[in-house]
Write a new protein. Structure first.
Length: 74
């Protein structure tokens, strides 16, 4: 096993982002199901979970790209 290096982590960031996008889709679909059944507590939980998953899926790659950019500019 060698060192992944600076760019080896990009593959894992992409996989992590994809997983969180799929989780976001699952939470949104479950949110609509609970909305139809009028379950207030579960509506709030899945709405928050969907927002969290989407935020992680979008922000982690963005912060990684900012980190790579700052390392390249040194």
């Amino acid at each position: 096993m060698g060192n992944l290096g600076l760019f080896g982590a990009a593959n894992w960031i992409g996989i992590l982002s994809t997983i969180f996008i799929v989780l976001c889709l699952y939470c949104v679909l479950t949110f609509f199901q609970h909305l139809k059944n009028n379950e207030e507590r579960l509506i709030k939980q899945y709405k928050l979970a969907a927002v969290f998953c989407l935020a992680v899926a979008l922000l982690v790659p963005a912060f990684y790209n900012l980190y790579i950019y700052s390392e390249m500019m040194r």
